[in-house]
Design a protein around this ligand. Structure first.
Ligand code: HEC
Length: 184
């Protein structure tokens, strides 16, 4: 029995030597202590990147509908803003509004098929959305992440902490990809 153990150890040593490219087998070292890596905070699940899709048959109608969705997104986010400013925020309203913002963010990737850019310099969707889609998609993902966190907030302190990051996600995209309507 002793011999059998020895023999298999020798075979193992030969096997290791072969793997190591012919170097003599070294005595086994104690297994290194596994490094403790801190568990990262799980990122909220985000929807897939945007789809270009087909050029819509009625481009002006498509662009009008898209603009209306953004206007509603603005109204929805205003609910959060008003509560952010309030000393006694209505957290039920905040949660509902934040969830709606997240829903808009989830579908935003489908709102920019080819042919639906505003004319250069005119208010609306800037042409660089179609030439720098990766950055645009990252802007959408940022809003998805921040709106998800906002929807999970349960009290005034949480709202105070999470509001700026969410508003920042709107501004982040607007600064690069939106020509603002100056008439309001
Ligand atoms: C990934 C990019 C992106 C993100 C994120 C984004 N927007 Fe926009 N937004 C746009 C673009 C592009 C337009 C112009 C589209 C159009 O009018 O057809 C726009 C238009 C708007 C408009 C219409 C008014 C105007 O001047 O055009 C409002 C209101 C608005 N966004 C609010 C928001 C709010 C609030 C958020 C965050 C909760 C947000 N947006 C996040 C890209 C974005």
């Amino acid at each position: 029995m002793k011999f059998a153990l020895f023999a298999s150890a020798a075979i193992l040593a030969i096997g290791l030597a072969a793997c190591g490219g012919g170097e003599p087998a070294k005595p086994a070292e104690p297994a290194p202590v596994a490094e403790v890596t801190p568990t990262p905070t799980p990122e909220p699940v985000v929807a897939p990147a945007s789809t270009m899709g087909e050029t819509p048959a009625d481009i002006p109608a498509f662009m009008k509908a898209r603009h209306e969705k953004y206007e509603d997104l603005g109204k929805t986010f205003k609910v959060v803003l008003d509560n952010f400013k309030s000393a006694t925020p209505d957290m039920t309203a905040v949660t509902a509004a934040a969830a709606k913002v997240k829903g808009y963010a989830d579908e935003m990737g489908t709102w920019f098929p080819p042919g639906t850019a505003a004319e250069p310099g005119k208010p609306g969707a800037k042409p660089n959305i179609w030439t720098d889609r990766a950055t645009f998609d990252a802007g959408i993902a940022k809003l998805q992440v921040e709106a998800t966190k906002l929807a999970a907030v349960t009290d005034a302190a949480g709202l105070k902490a999470q509001f700026p990051a969410t508003g920042g996600a709107c501004k982040n995209c607007h600064d690069t990809f939106r020509e603002e309507h100056k008439d309001k």
